[in-house]
Design a protein around this ligand. Structure first.
Ligand code: TIU
Length: 215
């Protein structure tokens, strides 16, 4: 059972019941000219996660362990997008990479550097959290997954929503600081502190090299 350096305490987990969750590493969030940048955000804050995440995914695959990818997005007719969400964003509007956060559009898909390998699950989610209106819980249950190694973007939005719900559902979450990103450096720092505070209220926080060394 690997044990790695983490906050607030070392984290031990069983490789047979761990999955790597890669949240929303989509072009709309990460590419210059995409949805994220159109909101006035600095995409370089997210792009620093690509290299460490690619290295981790490669090590994780080499160890034969499961990777689950998610994508935030909606049906082309927007029937799965609540009016309250639609009213506050550019979702469904024409962007540089197709209609923003619409399934099947170029911008909705995962960036080339982190393309899912054949056989890896991709969960399409209409919400910020990866459990809401998706098959994720069933997939994890079937595979006997108990520990989630959580990566992706953005730290305080889709990563946090997913980690909080995973915590309520009984999963242990290890969030990798160098593999999650926020457009806002302050939210990144505080978002990670919130996870590990109070004795690990939502889980643990570590760096990916420590995990790679342990698998
Ligand atoms: N994936 C995710 O975090 N969705 C967002 O809309 N994040 C923002 O920070 N905008």
């Amino acid at each position: 059972m690997p044990t790695i350096d983490a906050e607030p305490t070392p984290y031990s987990f069983d490789l047979d019941s761990a999955a790597l969750l890669v949240i929303d590493m989509q072009r709309d969030f990460l590419l210059p000219g995409g949805f994220g940048e159109s909101l006035g955000n600095d995409v370089s804050q997210l792009r620093r996660t690509i290299e460490p995440l690619a290295a981790l995914m490669s090590a994780w695959r080499a160890a034969g362990l499961p990777i689950i990818h998610t994508r935030e997005g909606h049906e082309p007719d927007l029937s799965d997008c609540p009016p309250a969400k639609l009213a506050r964003g550019a979702i469904g509007q024409q962007g540089a990479f197709g209609r923003i956060l619409i399934r099947g559009e170029y911008g909705h898909d995962i960036i080339d550097e982190l393309r899912p390998a054949g056989g890896e699950v991709v969960v399409d989610k209409p919400g910020k959290g990866a459990f809401y209106a998706t098959e994720l819980a069933e997939i994890l249950d079937k595979q006997g997954i108990k520990s989630l190694i959580v990566t992706g973007v953005t730290t305080e939005v889709c990563v946090h929503t997913t980690v909080r719900e995973a915590n309520d559902r009984g999963y242990e979450c290890l969030v990798l600081a160098d593999c999650v990103g926020s457009y806002f450096p302050e939210f990144q720092r505080v978002g990670l502190q919130m996870i590990a505070a109070q004795g690990g209220i939502f889980g643990w926080v570590a760096e990916s090299p420590a995990l790679i060394a342990a698998i």
